[in-house]
Design a binder for this molecule. Sequence first.
Ligand code: CA
Length: 228
Amino acid sequence: MPHLLIIEDDDEIRARLLKALRDLGHVVDTAPAGLPGLERALAARPDLVVLDLGLPDVDGSQVLAMLRAVSEVPVIIASARDDDPSLVRALDSGADDYLVKPFTTAQLDARIRAVLRRSGAGPEQSLLVVGGLEIDPRGRRTTLEGREIELTPKEFDLLAYLAERAGEVVTKKELLTEVWQQPWGGSDKTVDVHLSWLRRKLGESATEPGYLTTVRGVGIRLSAPSAS
Ligand code: CA
């Protein structure tokens, strides 16, 4: 049974999530602020943390950074902030997913299950090779021409998903559904932002594509760069 930790200062939201997630069969622990949350995370070793950003003692993004320094535990940010800088910072600091308040417990539960599925010991996956790009889904490592490239968890998921479908055009809607688990109303911008980061790390850009090609009005294709 997955063990969850909810770090949330709003008593009402915390109580509601606690009850709903317990009813769904999770083992749930809670903390009303950042520092007690960090203590719980280290002591109880949860399988996943749901973290609010606006906390009374330490900002959630700092809690995430401190947690990341000592733990690989998957983190879902649950926040009322939906502005780009907060989102980008959270994802950059190693959050696995992001949910903007208000959300339903069914939505949160879907994210929790998806993140746990990705972080868990899933079925054995083999190395994905596209041209000079090698993606190891088990070790979660990526090399380009033999040189390791550092990707955030979400950039890795995005690249691995595209690599599994190398040569095919994948729509942004599909990426939002499959990589972000946001079939309802996710924003194309989320995909665009991550694609542009990914392009930079692969040493290419939208105007000078290499591995990633935008097919206007359709989606994205990952393929080995043509020799021409
Ligand atoms: Ca709050």
